[in-house]
Ligand binder design. Structure first.
Ligand SMILES: Cc1cc2nc3c(=O)[nH]c(=O)nc-3n(C[C@H](O)[C@H](O)[C@H](O)COP(=O)(O)O)c2cc1C
Length: 187
């Protein structure tokens, strides 16, 4: 089984990110190839990076870092549920990524991105240099959701369409393949 960590990037009160994750998480959970864990950065509540040592040394001094390190370490693959803020990633996500180093390495990732016409795609592109610096492989298949506010029902639940579900299936197939290949590099 591939251990898939789904990270909810937005920490804003009233965020749409939780609804987007609530749509995607059951799709991933229904796929028997994956064991799914969700990390909500709002719940984790990491402060701005406050470790005195370089993350690559893994000499963590704070309990919140040790907890985050264990979560990322046990994952084989990542899906970031991410909006874009001014054409770049939500700062809580960049901060959470920067906290760690080896825990990310040689694992694939993808994105359920959302927003207006841009569908969060610029945030995804902006995240890639950071992720590849950490030896995370962003797979090409992803789920971009443009016009996200128009897909929310009266209760604020995201009503994904067939094209979103197909994209999610393609993304999961790719993550599973890459995860198997990259495991050999982590041995
Ligand atoms: C600070 C800020 C900047 C934003 N910048 C963009 C943007 O560059 N592109 C875009 O498509 N939407 C942008 N939006 C609109 C977001 O797509 C929309 O508010 C979305 O719901 C944000 O995700 P969240 O609710 O999960 O935080 C921005 C929203 C905020 C709060």
């Amino acid at each position: 089984m591939t251990k898939l960590l789904i990270v909810i990037a937005s920490v804003r009160p009233g965020r749409v990110g939780e609804s987007v994750a609530n749509w995607f998480v059951p799709i991933a959970e229904a796929d028997e190839r994956f064991e799914v864990e969700v990390a909500d950065l709002k719940e984790l509540d990491l402060p701005f990076m406050d470790e005195p040592n370089m993350p690559g040394r893994r000499e963590y001094t704070k309990e919140h870092t040790k907890k985050w390190s264990a979560i990322v370490d046990r994952a084989d693959a990542f899906v970031f549920v991410t909006p874009e803020y001014n054409a770049t990633p939500a700062p809580a996500l960049k901060n959470a990524i920067d906290y760690l180093y080896h825990e990310w390495s040689y694992k694939p990732c993808s994105f359920v991105s959302y927003g207006g016409v841009w569908a969060g795609a610029r945030a995804v592109q902006a995240l890639k240099p950071t992720l590849t610096q950490l030896s995370v492989m962003p797979v090409p298949e992803m789920v971009p959701i443009p016009g996200v506010s128009g897909l929310l029902d009266d209760q604020g639940n995201l009503q994904g369409t067939e094209i979103h579900e197909k994209s999610a299936g393609g993304m999961l197939n790719s993550l599973e393949k890459w995860s198997g290949a990259l495991k050999t590099l982590r041995q």
